[in-house]
Design a protein around this ligand. Structure first.
Ligand code: ADP
Length: 249
């Protein structure tokens, strides 16, 4: 369960990216976050993983306010959150298997991780997840020789290998051919349904949000302006979301 209360983020240059956002997210939800570019979607996800530090407010994840976490406690929290970036964020000169195994790094002392000392259980988990994303033939291939779509599948397998309680995906198909969107969102949706892991995805293509999510959060200029079932989205509401005519929740 994630409970966000009065979350605000102002960047040092004065940009107010999030304004007083409050939302409750039960375990196992698959949520699409929509809104124009610059609306605050990415900042919201990054605050949930503390890649951005909130300026105000609380983010309580399973009873723990993660806003004040530091050092080892922050590292411990982060290993339970898989983050999928637009640009994959892989180590491109390493193999698929090594990248996916790096999902286990947060679970071992740094020196073990640096030496690549993963146990058999880690390796089996990594291999199973590589298979899940359909890359078993590519296990030992260097990531820089893969296509963009394949690289994003590696990033998804890496996130799964963290055994996360939460997956955050920041427009994971934005830098890919649109035809690949269904592959990427399908993998996240299957994982959500199989494992009951909460998934939040920023999706700027409304049609995709409608196809995959049950619940939608919409941002406009840093404010949460809609939180409801995807079935409530009709053209009038969509117009209101994007034009900024809705009151903040
Ligand atoms: P979205 O994901 O909806 O496109 P973002 O969360 O990336 O929106 O951005 C929200 C606002 O915060 C935008 O005005 C953006 O320019 C600004 N912003 C994002 N990151 C930074 C940063 N590091 N420093 C200053 N402003 C930022």
């Amino acid at each position: 369960m994630i409970s966000v209360k009065n979350l605000s983020k102002t960047f040092p240059d004065g940009t107010q990216a999030l304004k007083n956002v409050s939302v409750e997210i039960p375990d196992g939800d698959f949520i699409a976050i929509i809104g124009l570019s610059g609306a605050g979607k990415s900042t919201f996800l990054r605050c949930l993983n503390r890649l951005n530090n909130p300026s105000q407010g609380q983010i309580v994840v399973n009873g723990q306010n993660i806003v004040s976490l530091r050092g080892r406690n922050l590292q411990k929290y982060r290993r339970t959150v898989g983050f999928i970036f637009q640009q994959f964020n892989l180590v491109t000169r390493l193999s698929v298997l090594d990248n996916v195994l790096s999902g286990r790094l947060g679970y071992h002392p740094t020196w073990q991780g640096m030496l690549g000392l993963f146990n058999d259980e880690d390796k089996q988990l990594a291999k199973n997840n590589i298979k899940k994303v359909g890359l078993e033939e590519k296990e030992l291939t260097r990531v820089d020789s893969l296509s963009g779509g394949q690289q994003q599948r590696v990033a998804i397998a890496r996130a799964m290998t963290q055994k996360p309680q939460l997956i955050l995906a920041d427009e994971p198909m934005a830098s890919l051919d649109p035809r690949l969107s269904d592959v990427i969102l399908g993998l996240l949706k299957d994982y959500n349904e199989e494992q009951g892991v909460t998934v939040l995805v920023n999706i700027h293509v409304l049609e995709l949000a409608k196809r995959y999510a049950k619940r939608v959060l919409a941002f406009n200029k840093g404010e949460l302006v809609f939180d409801g079932p995807v079935t409530a989205l009709d053209s009038a509401l969509e117009e209101d979301i994007y034009s900024g005519s809705l009151e903040a929740l």
